[in-house]
Design a binder for this molecule. Structure first.
Ligand SMILES: O=C(O)c1ccccc1NCC(=O)[C@H](O)[C@H](O)COP(=O)(O)O
Length: 379
């Protein structure tokens, strides 16, 4: 009996079927969970029948029904209210016909479709087994959530800062001509950032895994969030292998079972997951999933991509009680520019803020931190 989730995930990944769009998205998760309990059975029959016979408390009947129904990823996701569709790998025709065919409905959908291509190319070069080995050799992870908590404590309850290292964004274009990620990271840390968020998406944010790795190896103490668009557990292992301590899981992109499974993979690697929501439906989904320790409320609308910090306030007014009961930390993300913005989300009940643009567009992004908070932060 194999009880290591790491090994289980490896079994699961090797069991990935040909066309993700024509199968339940949960297949890999289900096989992995089966593998946690009974590796030999899972490896013997990766196509699913084992799921129906395994006495595994992790598989609910709903999950089995989902498997049996043979619904596509997009049908399962749509049933959960997920608006971001998956296109599937380019060699497979996309779902839908006519106007629906291969036309992304939003910036985020375009990013996710591009990510599918990127991840399949990266996986071809570095299969999961190899990336798992590199992850196991990486310097041990740092406790991202604990660093946020400690920073807030030493700053009299001010929200802790996750400062973002981002050169460009799809909505704002180039944020900074002179972009030295290591310099920016160090000035952030010196000026009181608790953690850093490093963009690794190349196509839309001009980030890179090289930036993540170089920042990690530059003698910095802050834990690092790999800010990318995760659609596959391979990316979590890869992020760890490059020194990430945390990853972002976006509820607008990932069905519940994938979030559940990815949270377990993160735990097995000693990483923190920042689970991001944009609206009440996503927040309610995430609150039903055991194990989310850190929830990010993004103030950027997925419809218009405009930012409005009232989103944080509105969601915490509605679900703050449950969040506090579950001792979940909340991060307000996007669109924070002034001390009033920070005070507003602090009063709403957040433990941390994730800030990029307002720091990066100033000459010294580190010194800009005092301007954002209205005072210098202790570090
Ligand atoms: O920033 C964008 O244009 C964007 C577009 C589509 C998906 C995600 C996007 N941004 C990611 C983020 O959430 C932000 O980088 C992060 O919250 C910091 O926001 P800001 O302080 O407003 O730069």
């Amino acid at each position: 009996m194999e009880t290591s989730l790491l090994a289980a995930a490896s079994v699961a990944a090797r069991a990935t079927v040909a066309s993700p769009c024509s199968r339940p998205v949960s297949l890999r998760s289900d096989v992995a969970r089966a593998a946690v309990r009974c590796r030999s059975a899972a490896t013997k029959n990766v196509q699913g029948s084992v799921l129906l016979t395994l006495d595994d408390e992790l598989l609910s009947s709903a999950e089995v029904i989902q498997w049996e129904s043979g619904k596509s990823i997009n049908a399962i996701a749509a049933a959960q209210g997920i608006r971001i569709r998956r296109r599937c790998r380019p060699r497979y025709p996309s779902e839908g016909v006519g106007a629906d065919r291969a036309v992304p409905g939003s910036i985020l959908e375009q990013i996710v479709w591009d990510k599918e291509v990127e991840v399949s190319q990266r996986k071809a070069k570095a299969p999961l087994r190899k990336v798992e080995d590199s992850a196991a050799r990486a310097p041990p992870p740092r406790d991202f959530a604990a660093a946020l908590h400690a920073a807030s404590q030493r700053n009299d309850g001010l929200p802790a800062l996750i400062a973002e290292v981002k050169k460009a964004s799809p909505t704002r274009g180039l944020l900074r001509e002179e972009f030295n990620p290591v310099e920016i990271a160090h000035t952030y840390e010196k000026n009181g950032a608790a953690c850093l968020s490093i963009l690794t998406d190349e196509k839309h944010f001009l980030g890179s895994f090289e930036n993540l790795e170089t920042v990690r190896n530059s003698g910095l103490n802050c834990p690092l969030l790999c800010k990318d668009f995760i659609i596959d557990i391979w990316q979590i292992y890869y992020a760890r292998s490059k020194g990430a301590d945390a990853v972002l899981l976006i509820a607008a992109v990932l069905p519940d079972l994938d979030i559940k499974y990815m949270l377990r993979v993160c735990r097995s690697l000693g990483m923190t997951a920042l689970v991001e929501v944009h609206d009440l439906r996503e927040l309610d989904r995430v609150l039903k999933i055991d194990g989310a320790q850190l929830i990010g409320i993004n103030n950027r609308s997925l419809g218009t991509f405009e930012v409005d910090t009232a989103n944080t306030n509105m969601l915490l007014e509605k679900r703050g009680d449950i969040i506090r009961k579950k001792k979940i930390m909340v991060v307000s993300e996007s669109g924070l520019f002034t001390p009033d913005d920070v005070a507003y989300v602090q009063n709403a009940g957040v433990s941390a803020v994730l800030v990029g643009e307002s720091l990066l567009t100033q000459e010294d992004p580190g010194q800009a931190i005092a301007g954002l908070f209205g005072k210098e932060l202790l570090h």
